[in-house]
Every structure is written in structure tokens, then in C-alpha cells.
Design a protein around this ligand. Sequence first.
Ligand code: NAP
Length: 338
Amino acid sequence: MKAVILRAPPSLDKLDIVELPPPPPPGPGEIQVRIRACSLNFHDLAVAVGALPVAPPRIPLSDAAGEVAAIGEGVEEFVAGDRVISTFFPTWHDGPPSRSASFAATPGDGVDGFAREIVNAPASWFTRQPRGFSHAEAAALPCAGVTAWRAIVVNGALKAGDSVLTQGAGGVSLFALQLAKAMGARVIATSSSEEKLSRLKALGADQVINYRSHPDWARLANAYTDGVGVDHVVDVGGAGTLEQSCAAARIGGHIHMIGLLGGPQGAVGPMHLLSKQLRISAVLVGNRRHQLDLVQALEATGVRPALDQDFPLDRLADALRRMQSGAHFGKITVSVAP
Ligand SMILES: NC(=O)c1ccc[n+]([C@@H]2O[C@H](COP(=O)([O-])OP(=O)(O)OC[C@H]3O[C@@H](n4cnc5c(N)ncnc54)[C@H](OP(=O)(O)O)[C@@H]3O)[C@@H](O)[C@H]2O)c1
């Protein structure tokens, strides 16, 4: 079978396509999955360029979709032919975060990932796909989709009529926009690109703001909410956005801390949080239960992921370069076994 291996020292030039022997029949409790598609997350780029240290050689990519090719003894949840998706934290099944919510267990990070045609893994590492989804659409869910769901729905208890501000046109932000709209919320979406702002409007954003031409974008978010501020901010910029996120939130609003695209260290002090009684929830993806709930919600709402470009497995480095360029809109996908 074909696989991609990241070699030391990690860089986009160290992703080798190799032939590996196919795995044996699945053991007790395992399923064998023929991987059809993967999707890229910022996390995969950070691993591939060495910004997140892993121990090469490592098979990259955390998010995959495919079909069950065979089941091991004792597996009851799946049968051969079922369409499945991976989970980002394979050993965090339910309940609050614990040590199982650790990158040490994440495919493509602490253990080998899914840039390969066939894999054997415990059945509990996978969930079913939403009915009617392509493998590429399903592969978009485990990291970006579950993160957006857990932030605004699980932690944020989003309700119809709430206002949500999303940042940029990346995977997490687009899921947050689409889920929030499907659940009756109002969305203000930001981007650095006028062309992407039009596409955000087409996806349902009620108002859009160019955060590059309006570095004080919180002022506009306040104006669009009659001076009140938004109920939820989906913050992917970290230090680069937190101050404006606090200024855009209403008194008692909720900031969902998700990404560090604008840097890890910033100047937001306790006064910013206290004066408006803000709630900050730091989110690291979610558990298997969250993913099952998201799958059901997507079936009920009809939301389909916004997909960007698709690349064949042997062009994984080019797919990651597209992510690095920031030109993408939504999820970049990789086709694996035909
Ligand atoms: N905590 C978690 O569980 C979790 C899960 C997934 C991702 N993340 C993190 O969340 C971030 C986004 O991940 P992703 O997979 O959605 O990435 P992505 O698809 O690569 O999104 C990147 C987009 O974010 C926007 N952006 C970049 N810098 C920005 C800034 N300073 N302020 C506002 N927007 C900015 C840009 O959109 P425009 O081109 O439209 O401006 C860019 O195209 C990353 O830091 C990632 O590590 C965290």
C-alpha cells in the first residue's frame, strides 16, 4: 500500500511517498479501514514544518474518511462496507477533557496518522459518517468540525437569535459560521480578502468585515449589534485578535479560544476580562461523543462542509503549501485510495 512518511528534520521537502506492506487482518476489537480521503488542518502543517515536534519517521495527517474493509473479533458497532471517519483524540470517548485529550494519542502527531491507503485500528477510534456525505466531505469533520461544534454548541450553548463573530475563512471558522446559521444565530464574519468576504456572505454571513482594512474591527461588530456586542467570538487569531475579540463581545459574552494564528503571547490583561465579565473557554477539539452529535446535527440541518482544492496523496506537500499560502477557503482535502 502507498503511504507518506515525514522524515527528520521535518519540512515540506521531507514528505516521502513509499510502498509499505499491507497490514494483517484486524485483531480483536479492531477494524481495517480503506482510507479514501483525508483533510488538512493547521495542526498537520505545524507537524510537517517542525513547529510541533514529533518523532519522525511519522505518517502524517489526523483526519480521514473511508470504508471498513474487515472487522476483528468482538467488533459490534461496524460491519464491512460501513463508511467511517477518524477521531482526533482516539482515546477520549466521552466526558470532560482528561489526559486522553492529548496530542500524544493524536494520529499524525504522537502516533502514525492516515496518509496511507489501509489502516488497522481499534473500532472506537472511528465513528460513522453523516449519511450522503462524500468521503472528502466526511474527512473535513474530525478536527475542524468537532472544534466548532464543541465551542459554540457544547460550551457556548448557542441558541437561535444569538450573535456569533467568526474570524477568517479557515476550516474551523466556516464550520462555526454554517452551524451557527443553521441553528438560527446571526453571524458576523471577518476575512482579510474581499473575494473571501463575498463567499462568506454567500455561505450565510449576515455582515462581513475586512479585518485587514479595519484593524479596529470590533468597532464595526459593535455597530452591527446596536452597540451591544456579540454573544460569541470564535477566536482563531490568539494574541493577534484577543484584544479586538474582547472589545467585540457583549458584557457577559463568550470568547471561544481556539487558534494562535496571530501569535501565542499577547497583552490582554485581567481588566479586559473583568470589566465585561467575559467568559473564555479554551477548546481543544472534542471527544467521540461530540463527533457523533455533530454527525447527527449535520444530517438534521443539511449543512455540508465548504471544500477547497483536492490533491492526490503523492502531492501532499503541495496541499500543505496551499494551506501555508492562506489562499484556501474552507477545507483542503487529499484523495487517498481511489
Ligand atoms: N483548539 C482547537 O481545537 C483547534 C482545532 C482546529 C484548529 N485550531 C487552530 O485554529 C486556527 C485555525 O485553524 P484552521 O484549521 O481553521 O486553519 P486554516 O483553515 O488554515 O485557516 C486559516 C485562515 O485563518 C485566517 N487567519 C489567519 N491569520 C489570522 C488572524 N491573525 N486573524 C484572523 N484570521 C486569521 C485566514 O483567513 P482569511 O484568509 O479569510 O483572512 C486564513 O486563511 C489554527 O491556529 C489552528 O491551529 C485549533
